[in-house]
Design a protein around this ligand. Structure first.
Ligand SMILES: Nc1ncnc2c1ncn2[C@@H]1O[C@H](COP(=O)(O)OP(=O)(O)OP(=O)(O)O)[C@@H](O)[C@H]1O
Ligand SMILES: [Mg+2]
Length: 341
């Protein structure tokens, strides 16, 4: 093959927390925080991971903006800026007419479809070809679910601001529900848990670090970790020792809220789908699937087999990569302003 392979092909998963980019020419997958720091409301000061570094510690004239909200484009202008900046950083050359595969939510409106097109088709991407792949299908392909023969497979994508529950049967998504609980809620729960237990207010970044080192939904680690924060009584900065118990029980509360929502979906399924699901499992994807002990905890709460995708938050972009790489999977991609049904 000659001509075809010269075309630059990308997969782009614009998540609320981060943007993941697959570059077929370099065969790489990269991740950048989906953030932009703007000075005096007009000048871009930093973007991506550099903007995250400034998060919660910027001077007043610099604002850190997250352009997506609950998995959807929220600030069109800022999303356009982040998209082009992270793509510039990712690839110096994109050729004449690059092909871009975007992962998208299931129930998009025409306006939302247009937003993807309008923010993309600018500058060096003005002649690009844009294709959409719905997120649950991308996840299913990455996990290796036999999409066409599945009789009842559930995918639960726990992202930064939301959790998407999808049920796959006979090549279709027969049910899809998004709830506004995700990784950010885990951080928030840790912040309030620590405040209650230790009278200390920690930052979101500190809460995230505590989760990474101490959280476990199985057996409690019985450990502690030093953290800096602001004393709730005196308002002065001080250190405190935070226990793994405090962190894990805060995380558990949020996971149990997610479990409650999954349970509501499960209880309404017809018996033959419930039976199929017992064999085909509930698959966890997204960064939230990394919470240690989450699968066993959900198995206990739900009474169904639960397994985590080995790609975690990279599951969706891995699925886009497969669609971009294999022509027989192109049927999962569709043009933005044409129907897909
Ligand atoms: N080791 C970990 N343990 C628990 N949570 C984690 C871990 N690593 C990442 N996360 C959480 O995963 C979330 C990011 O997941 P992901 O990258 O799937 O979200 P996203 O695709 O950017 O957002 P969305 O799908 O909601 O639009 C973060 O909020 C983070 O708190
Ligand atoms: Mg996501």
């Amino acid at each position: 093959m000659t001509g075809m392979n010269l075309t630059h092909v990308f997969g782009i998963d614009m998540g609320t927390g981060s943007v993941k980019i697959y570059n077929r020419n370099t065969d790489t997958i990269a991740k950048e925080m989906n953030m932009i720091a703007v000075r005096n409301h007009e000048n871009v000061f930093a973007f991506g991971n550099d903007a995250y570094e400034m998060y919660e510690k910027t001077p007043e004239n610099i604002e850190v903006i997250t352009p997506m909200s609950e998995g959807r484009i929220h600030d069109v202008q800022m999303m356009e800026a982040v998209l082009h900046l992270v793509m510039r950083k990712n690839s110096r050359f994109v050729g004449y007419a690059p092909v871009l595969f975007f992962s998208v939510p299931l129930d998009m409106t025409v306006l939302e479809r247009r937003a993807y097109v309008s923010i993309t088709k600018k500058g060096r991407f003005r002649r690009s070809r844009i294709l959409f792949v719905e997120k649950p299908f991308a996840d299913a392909l990455a996990i290796g679910i036999p999409v066409r023969s599945a009789q009842g497979t559930m995918i639960v994508n726990i992202g930064a601001e939301c959790t998407e529950i999808s049920l796959l049967a006979e090549g279709r998504i027969i049910l899809n529900r998004t709830i506004d609980i995700g990784g950010d809620k885990l951080n928030a729960a840790i912040i309030s848990g620590v405040r209650r237990k230790s009278g200390l207010t920690v930052s979101k970044r500190t809460a995230h670090r505590l989760m990474l080192t101490l959280a476990n939904l199985g057996r409690d680690k019985g450990e502690g970790c030093k953290a800096a924060g602001i004393d709730t009584d005196t308002g002065l900065p001080r250190d405190g020792i935070i226990s793994s118990y405090t962190v894990s029980s805060s995380v558990r509360e949020v996971i149990e809220e997610i479990a409650f929502e999954i349970r509501r979906v499960l209880d309404r399924l017809p018996p033959q789908i419930q039976a199929a699901l017992q064999k085909e499992e509930i698959w966890l994807t997204g960064g939230g699937a990394r919470v240690p002990g989450i699968c066993d905890h959900l198995i206990k709460l739900l009474g169904y087999p639960v397994e985590a995708s080995e790609y975690y938050e990279y599951t969706t972009i891995e699925g886009l990569k497969q669609v971009a790489d294999h022509t027989e999977l192109r049927k999962y991609a569709f043009a933005p302003l044409r129907g897909n049904k």
